[in-house]
Design a protein around this ligand. Structure first.
Ligand code: FES
Length: 176
């Protein structure tokens, strides 16, 4: 299947490169590939939460590995985004505990409220809704991940508040 190509401005800032080099310092010189997952997180966070082919190629160049080795990882894990996404990505856990506690209803409610289907971005580029596998917070079901943070024991009222807080720019997405 042919993938649509998305343009992205690549900006390997000094801050980003320092962070990558700090991560690489934890691994032997000939085992840089072992740092691939955390490096991809850093690079993605610094590029509006998604990575183009060219950006993944840049990561391959920095780690001294083949581009295909980066693609294999980036296409396997759902936390890596390979196209532009909404600024606020609501990742609802869709595994058993959360489903039993009403995830599907909450996803429908959120999509309806935002006027999008699952996997679509709102026209203002702010929101997107996605279903993911168990996020390891089953005791707090139903829950979702937003950036680096979990939102737990969700209700429709909490979804309303979350959306309002995102619109008011009150939500912090990353913990660093
Ligand atoms: S089932 Fe939802 S966090 Fe585990």
């Amino acid at each position: 299947m042919e993938r649509k190509h998305y343009e992205q401005e690549i900006n390997m800032t000094e801050t980003l490169m320092n962070r990558i080099n700090e991560l690489l310092s934890h691994y032997p010189e000939d085992k840089k590939k072992s740092a691939l997952l955390p490096v991809l997180h850093e690079v993605q966070d610094a590029h509006d939460n998604w990575m183009s082919i060219e950006l993944m190629d840049k990561v391959a160049e920095i780690l001294g590995i083949l581009p295909i080795e980066v693609y294999e990882v980036a296409t396997f894990y759902t936390m890596y985004n390979l196209k532009p996404i909404g600024k606020y990505m609501f990742e609802f856990c869709q595994t058993s505990c959360c489903c039993l506690r009403g995830t599907e209803d909450l996803m429908d409610y959120t999509c309806e409220k935002l006027g999008v289907g699952i996997g679509e971005t709102t026209a203002d580029g702010l929101f997107e809704v996605r279903g993911v596998e168990c996020l390891g917070a089953c005791g707090y079901a139903p829950m979702l991940q937003l950036g680096d943070f979990y939102k737990e024991h969700l209700t429709k009222e909490k979804i309303d508040q979350l959306i309002a807080d995102c619109r008011d720019n009150k939500i912090i997405l990353h913990d660093k």
